[in-house]
Write a protein that binds this ligand. Structure first.
Ligand code: NDP
Length: 448
């Protein structure tokens, strides 16, 4: 679908010319612009204030060399990124992705999405994202530590508890955050909440590990409730078996659903009796093994090589929790044909634009990532608050706040979709509600 609003259509052309070779970033901007057409019509003051032009241009882009020495004494070099996209409503905030597919376009798409997601949480956080093309898989602890120390040696010049507060993402879990925090503290000689997702012994928040997966299910639950449905007795397929997927599986099961499939980048398991999460946690969180090994514990389950087939498993609710563009139009059509009526995104931008069209054509309930997976950054915001007051809250306290935040996020998506004449389109609702708060702040702060 093409943009009808001429101003936004022209601006999108400029964005394409100015950011060549970055399809994921263009995809993210296009999706947001599609939703913002009625805003551009209704709010000429925001157009005049140049908000649309400014919001698609990162405030700062940092690219740096990350040299480190492997276990054989060989010098290796990776590329590090930090995109400080928008600080209108708070310090830059967003995770660090460590994956061989990382390049500027991926970090820019993630940073752009983060602006709206952070705004939706109602907490004062701007948008940022970073990472490296370093692959922690198959590396020793020593190699990961040397990489993280080298990465932070440069990154520490640009971040700070009131400036820019990174967190985890794909490939960056508690181990990596620990090494990075240690190096920051050593170089800067200060103990501050400069990173979130920290270990519980040095300023981490209870429930941060669970936050994105739990938050996803809280959001999905609100969406289901608003449409007369619930998780109770439903069959659920969840892609990925990392941080988000594991805790989405835990919460969906707690809410009465049966999760029958999970995956990693090699393939997927199907267990019609319901996934044994204790086994997945042991394999993934403790032993860092492949999902295939699940069969050693449950030989009755099935393993299939390749990721895409997971969407051919019949289910009521699908929760993609692995990576961008993992659900294409063909997979979306198969899901709908097999009776899947709701899809809620744990990963960032897991659906291609064509897949999203299929959801709407089939009247599926669609919970977009920037709203549905905002629980992680919301609890990161709560970790920042606890660090500032040098206190730690109980698990129940943080979990209750998370639940309320996810409820409020769903409410703002729902209300914005109604106000702008697109009832039930939570993607448009999320983009509009997230955008408006940042846009008002940018307008009020003048041309900066
Ligand atoms: P993890 O690294 O813990 O897990 C990622 C999972 O996805 C793994 O099972 C991994 O398999 C799989 N995966 C990664 N890349 C690919 C790929 N190219 N193709 C197929 N499978 C892949 O990451 P998270 O769980 O933290 O993140 C998952 C998604 O959720 C990402 O999109 C992330 O941006 C998003 N997200 C995460 C948040 C958080 O708090 N952690 C917050 C908000 C969003 P393998 O191990 O084989 O690589």
């Amino acid at each position: 679908m093409a943009l009808k609003n001429q101003y936004l259509a022209d601006l999108l052309e400029t964005v394409k010319k100015r950011n060549p070779g970055e399809p994921e970033f263009i995809q993210a901007v296009t999706e947001v612009f599609m939703s913002l057409e009625p805003v551009a019509e209704k709010r000429p003051d925001l157009v005049e204030a140049g908000v649309f032009e400014r919001i698609v241009e990162p405030e700062r882009q940092i690219i740096f060399r990350v040299p480190w020495v492997d276990d054989n004494g060989v010098q290796r070099v990776n590329r590090g990124f930090r995109i400080e996209f928008n600080s209108a409503i708070g310090p830059y905030k967003g995770g660090l992705r460590l994956h061989p597919s990382v390049y500027l376009g991926i970090i820019k798409f993630l940073g752009f999405e983060q602006i709206f997601k952070n705004s939706l949480t109602t907490l004062p956080m701007g948008g940022g994202k970073g990472g490296s093309d370093f692959d922690p898989k198959g590396k020793s602890d020593g190699e990961v530590m040397r990489f993280c120390q080298s990465f932070m040696t440069e990154l520490c010049k640009h971040i700070g508890p009131d400036t820019d507060v990174p967190a985890g993402d794909i490939g960056t879990g508690a181990r990596e955050i620990g090494y990075m925090f240690g190096q920051y503290k050593r170089i800067r000689n200060e103990f501050t909440g400069v990173l979130t997702g920290k270990g519980l012994t040095f300023g981490g928040s209870l429930a941060r590990t669970q936050a994105t997966g739990y938050g996803l299910c809280y959001y999905a639950n609100e969406m289901l409730k608003a449409n007369g449905k619930s998780f109770e007795g439903q069959t659920v397929v969840i892609s990925g078996s990392g941080n988000v997927a594991i805790y989405a599986t835990e919460k969906a099961t707690e809410l009465g659903a049966k999760v029958v499939a999970m995956s990693d980048s090699n393939g997927y398991i199907y267990d019609e009796n319901g996934i044994d999460l204790a086994v997945v946690k042991q394999l993934k969180e403790v032993e860092r093994k492949r999902i295939k090994e699940y069969l050693n514990f449950h030989p009755e389950a099935k393993y299939t090589e390749g990721c895409k087939g997971i969407w051919t498993i019949p289910c009521d609710i699908a929760l993609p929790c692995a990576t961008q563009n993992e659900v294409d139009a063909e997979s979306a059509k198969t899901l709908a044909a097999n009776g899947c009526y709701a899809l809620c995104e744990g990963a960032n931008m897991p659906s291609t634009p064509e897949a999203i069209d299929v959801y709407f054509e089939n009247n599926m309930l669609y919970g977009p990532a920037k709203a549905a997976n905002a629980g992680g950054v919301a609890v990161s915001g709560l970790e920042m608050s606890q660090n500032s007051e040098r206190l730690s809250w109980t698990f129940e306290d943080v979990d209750n706040r998370l639940k309320n935040i996810m409820k409020e996020i769903f409410k703002s998506c729902d209300e914005a979709s109604k106000e702008y004449g697109m009832e039930g389109n939570y993607m448009a609702g999320a983009n509009i509600a997230g955008f408006l708060k940042v846009a008002e702040a940018m307008k009020a702060q003048g041309c900066v």
